[in-house]
Design a binder for this molecule. Structure first.
Ligand code: ZN
Length: 339
């Protein structure tokens, strides 16, 4: 049994297959690469392989494979750190994860823990797991997944076996999303553009919020480009108190706003590298081309760094969201206009 898209991530699959077949499968892996490059699917596939009881794993027919597919395997733990940043906090790791790590396997001989979006863990959570990954209990495997390698502390990073994933083309992302999406076919394009990863349970409200957020980010980038004479300072400062999702706090809105700006700048970089097949926001390509005339590689690198720092600050350090956005507005303006 093979995974359909494994051919697009041949290097990663070759490395993992080799580790698995030579019984050199590491206790702790770090899967890294851009978002939506199939890291989670690969982690699930290899977890299923580890549990499978038959000779050509994953067979898809044995009791373990069946339970795995139904999501009822008692020795498999998927810790998703996407939305609820609380889950990445130290209390959760101490109270919910660590005790399970040291428990005996329930139904098989081993346990697997997959931490998705590990970059959202706090520093204390990483430290709490450090001892565990240094000396994992027997037959216990960990796969950490991240699309932001630089958020993983070096002490942690150095203890994992790394597997790198490459960006997938827009067509490939679309194909994969279509397989799991139960809504209208024409919506899939929109979902690819809005950078959704998990779309099985997506609601119309969530799509609307994501669209509003992207619109604000786009407007922000356009407004930031204006020369000192043309810019409207009030309009620009309005971006420091963004609110497009009323059900969330100012801080959460600010985080989504920053992530959305990052995704647009990612596409600006894609356009500059002339790799159009990797473009996510294809429906606003014209706007992005216009924006891209104001950026070069050095400015983009600086902006990515500031965005990362701001996101991390809001997530971990409780920095003030309005001040964070004010400082971002100022930095972006200084890259684009004042430099
Ligand atoms: Zn099986």
């Amino acid at each position: 049994m093979v995974l359909k898209f494994s051919i697009s991530q041949k290097t990663a699959f070759d490395q993992l297959d080799k580790d698995f077949s030579s019984r050199q499968f590491a206790k702790v892996y770090l899967f890294h690469g851009p978002s939506r490059s199939g890291k989670l699917e690969t982690a699930l596939f290899f977890s299923k392989k580890i549990f499978c009881e038959l000779s050509d794993p994953p067979c898809g027919n044995c009791l373990s494979c069946e339970k795995f597919d139904l999501g009822t395997h008692l020795d498999f733990f998927r810790i998703s750190l996407y939305d609820e940043k609380k889950k990445g906090r130290i209390e959760t790791i101490r109270q919910e994860i660590l005790p399970r790590v040291y428990q005996k396997a329930n139904q098989g001989t081993c346990k697997v823990f997959v931490f998705d979006a590990a970059e959202n863990m706090t520093l204390s959570s990483f430290n709490a797991l450090l001892k565990v990954i240094e000396e994992p209990p027997p037959n216990t495997f960990f796969i950490f997944i991240t699309s932001n390698l630089y958020s993983i502390p070096i002490t942690f990073f150095s203890r994992c076996r790394k597997v790198r994933f490459h960006p997938l083309s827009r067509d490939m992302i679309k194909k994969r999303l279509s397989e799991n999406y139960k809504g209208k076919e024409e919506d899939v394009d929109k979902l690819v553009s809005l950078n959704f990863t998990d779309i099985e349970s997506i609601s119309a409200d969530q799509i609307e919020v994501a669209e509003k957020c992207r619109e604000q980010s786009l407007n922000f980038l356009k407004e930031s480009m204006r020369s000192s004479e043309q810019v409207d300072p009030i309009k620009l400062m309005n971006f420091t108190t963004v609110k497009f999702d009323n059900s969330k706090t100012q801080r959460d809105n600010a985080i989504s706003f920053l992530i959305s700006i990052r995704s647009l700048l990612r596409d600006v970089l894609v356009l500059q590298l002339s790799s159009e097949d990797l473009l996510w926001n294809i429906d606003i390509e014209e706007d992005l081309r216009e924006i891209s005339t104001n950026w070069n590689e050095a400015k983009l690198a600086d902006a990515f760094l500031i965005l990362e720092k701001s996101i991390k600050g809001l997530q971990d350090l409780n920095t003030n969201s309005t001040l964070t956005l004010e400082s971002l507005v100022h930095s972006i303006r200084s890259f684009l206009v004042e430099r």
